[in-house]
Design a protein around this ligand. Sequence first.
Ligand code: T46
Length: 137
Amino acid sequence: MSNSVSRILMFPIKGDNRGSLIALEAMSELVPFEIKRCYYIFDTTPGTIRGLHAHRDLKQVLICVSGSCTIVCDNGKERSEFHLDWPDKGVLIEGLVWREMKNFSKGAVLLVLASEHYDEADYIRNNAAFIEEVTHG
Ligand code: T46
């Protein structure tokens, strides 16, 4: 069985009368890895579901920096849903976790910090293969 983790993160806001700022640093409690890549998802087609895959060896923090969306995480034993609707919330995903992103609001921007460079070989895009790997290793 996997020791995969997905959990909500709450980021401290540095606010003053000019507005708000959130600062995230690599190798901290909130981002527990070196950041090798970041990417963002935007201009999402209404009603679409993205993701629908797992990773073998990737740590990520997902932040909806504008608008809102829902992140579904399934580690083969339990399925969790996280609604991201403000930039002070994130989701940390580590280990073998099937993920889906859905319910994107108009104008939503989902920022992702990742521990590794892009590697298609790290993806499991077939759900039956994910179940097999999460169950039997
Ligand atoms: C994940 C979720 C949250 C690249 O060339 N480089 C990259 O770094 C990424 C992430 C993607 N791509 C290419 C690969 C595809 O041709 O961009 C295209 C769309 O990627 P994909 O269909 O994998 O996008 P999502 O939104 O389904 O999944 C993405 C990440 O790929 C994935 O790692 O965890 O966001």
